[in-house]
Ligand binder design. Structure first.
Ligand code: PMP
Length: 398
């Protein structure tokens, strides 16, 4: 008997499993729409110019690599607060935001989850149905019971906003509501500003704890536009959590750059919360890595690099929108009778295509077009060269 003889084989991560299958596929026309990554018009992972410029500046003045503070680079945390809440906002000026550098958006979520578990051990967590596949596992691993609120209705292929509102209304006070700030993953459907007002009213009335996951700021309508939902929560006088990811918006996936921000009532409260967040970090990985945070801080704070980043991010956003349009037109041209125009009302990197599991499996096995079994496709992986083939393949399975 070995120490590990009772250890079960865990199921494979569905998306990474898909990637492995894609890599092994010998179809020369194969297209990977399964990933959650932005590719440029040549199908390549971009290395942003603003990032290269910041890296060059950092290399030109090399610094030794001591430990960072537990909560990360101070200038980075400040830049994140300004980005998320606004440099002129009352919470930023009053110092009532506690922000820590995190290992990607996932790291921000995990620090927040661990802190909340200590603070409110009895609370339940509600995530959208469906949601990013790691939300449930992450909050469960932190010790929470996780349930869902209705969000997308497969039968009508549309948002079920009434269901969402009803489920939030029915939640017990103190329930942690995980909300996608913009570019909902996996569906691509966001609620409108007016619907956000209704959600915020329910959150307030029921005493729920909002946890905004902001993994795609700048991919829907713009940096300020996508961040506007944060201002709405501030205006409602709520305390809440925001996780930030720069994986997509800086194309810095592997650098693991993100953050957690917690809006508190006062500066004094924020100081106490920050001290507790630091314990979560200290006991998990002690302190964050230096490089990615330094790059992002420099780009966000240097006016020239900041302008370049905004332009490059806008380029990604505009290209995705163009691909959505081209997909709708291409599907029509390929003979798809059903109205696919919903693809252009969706935003962000993903589209819930409405295709069934059987159709997705056929797409994969017969045509080498890879999306998830749920029908999710990454629009950000489409380009002029592969979109025609993707449209023809879809037309053959629907
Ligand atoms: N939240 C959502 C909704 C996401 O889609 C992702 C990334 N796919 C994350 C969080 C995690 O981001 P990161 O890769 O920066 O950890």
């Amino acid at each position: 008997m070995s120490l590990f003889s009772a250890v079960e084989m865990a199921p494979r991560d569905p998306i990474l499993g898909l990637n492995e299958q894609f890599a092994a596929d010998s179809n020369p026309n194969k297209v990977n729409l399964g990933v959650g990554v932005y590719f440029d018009e040549n199908g390549k992972l971009p290395l942003l110019k603003c990032v290269q410029a910041a890296e060059k500046a950092l290399m030109d003045a090399p610094k030794p690599r001591g430990y960072l503070p537990i909560d990360g680079i101070a200038a980075y945390d400040t830049a994140v607060k300004k980005l998320v809440f606004g440099a002129d906002s009352e919470p930023f000026k009053a110092g009532r935001v506690a922000t820590v550098q995190g290992l990607g958006g996932t790291g921000g979520l995990k620090i927040g989850a661990d802190f909340l578990r200590k603070l409110k051990p009895e609370a339940k967590v509600l995530i959208s149905d469906p949601s990013w596949e790691n939300h449930r596992a992450l909050f469960q691993q932190a010790g929470f019971e996780v349930d869902t609120y209705r969000y997308y209705d497969g039968a009508t292929r549309a948002l079920n906003f009434e269901g969402m509102l009803a489920d939030l209304k029915a939640a017990a006070p103190g329930t942690i509501a995980v909300l996608h700030a913009c570019c909902h993953n996996p569906t691509g459907y966001d609620i409108t500003p007016a619907q956000w007002d209704q959600v915020i009213a329910v959150v307030k009335e029921r005493g729920l704890t909002p946890f905004l996951d902001m993994a795609y700021q700048g991919f829907a309508d713009g940096i300020a536009e996508d961040g506007a939902v944060v201002g709405k929560f501030v205006a409602a006088g709520l305390s809440f959590f925001v996780s930030t990811s720069f994986s997509k918006s800086f194309s810095l996936y592997g650098e693991r750059v993100g953050a957690l921000s917690v809006l508190c009532d006062t500066k004094e409260e924020a100081d106490r919360v920050l001290s507790q967040l630091k314990i979560m970090i200290r006991t998990n990985y002690s302190n964050p890595p230096t490089h990615g945070g330094a790059v992002v801080a420099m780009v966000l704070e240097d006016p020239k690099l900041r302008a370049q980043w905004e332009e490059e991010l806008a380029g990604m956003r505009v290209r995705i929108k163009a691909m959505r349009k081209a997909l709708v037109q291409g599907l029509k041209a390929a003979g798809v009778k059903q109205d696919m125009s919903f693809i252009t009302t969706q935003v962000g990197m993903f589209s819930y295509s409405g295709l069934s599991k059987d159709q997705m499996v056929r797409l994969r096995n017969e045509f080498g077009v890879y999306g998830t079994d749920t029908g999710r496709m990454c629009v950000a992986a489409l380009n002029e060269k592969n979109i025609g083939y993707v449209c023809e393949s879809i037309a053959k399975v629907v």
